[in-house]
Design a protein around this ligand. Structure first.
Ligand code: THU
Length: 134
């Protein structure tokens, strides 16, 4: 965690990013926010397609935007949705996070109760991840 950024601030940023969700099919709106070691927070939300498989999760939208914006060195990611206990990142997002944010902590929170959050690590969520360049 960047010295000045609390998990709650990152969760708040994820909740804010969630407002941008485009989820006309599932109506399940998800927001994610990444934190860099320099304290920058970068958000994203899920975007769905009529061709369902093209849907992109909030975590990957946030990660792709951050990466293509030149950001690296992610130390935490927060994910927020209306889900008891908070939404757990799917397998595809775990893989991408393992590649580009391997050191990151993961905070998940229910959008109805942002004060209660659970904490994981990317390593813990995807042990022995596949990487081409270890
Ligand atoms: N979703 C995410 O944004 N993140 C996850 O980790 C799991 C699922 C989205 C994809 C889809 O738009 C909706 O939630 C329902 O699956």
């Amino acid at each position: 965690m960047s010295e000045t950024t609390t998990p709650r601030a990152l969760i708040q940023a994820a909740a804010q990013a969630r407002l941008g969700a485009v989820a006309p099919y599932s109506h399940f709106q998800v927001g994610a926010a990444l934190l860099t070691s320099s304290g920058e927070m970068l958000g994203g939300a899920n975007v769905e397609s009529a061709s369902y498989g093209l849907t992109c999760c909030a975590e990957r939208v946030a990660l792709f935007a951050a990466l293509t914006g030149g950001r690296r060195d992610f130390i935490a990611v927060a994910v927020v949705a209306r889900a008891p206990g908070g939404p757990m990142p799917c397998g595809a997002c775990r893989q991408l996070l393992a590649e580009y944010a391997p050191q990151a902590k993961v905070y998940v929170a229910d959008s109805d109760d942002l004060e209660q959050f659970r904490e994981f690590t990317v390593r813990g969520l995807l042990p022995e991840a596949f990487v081409l360049v270890p």
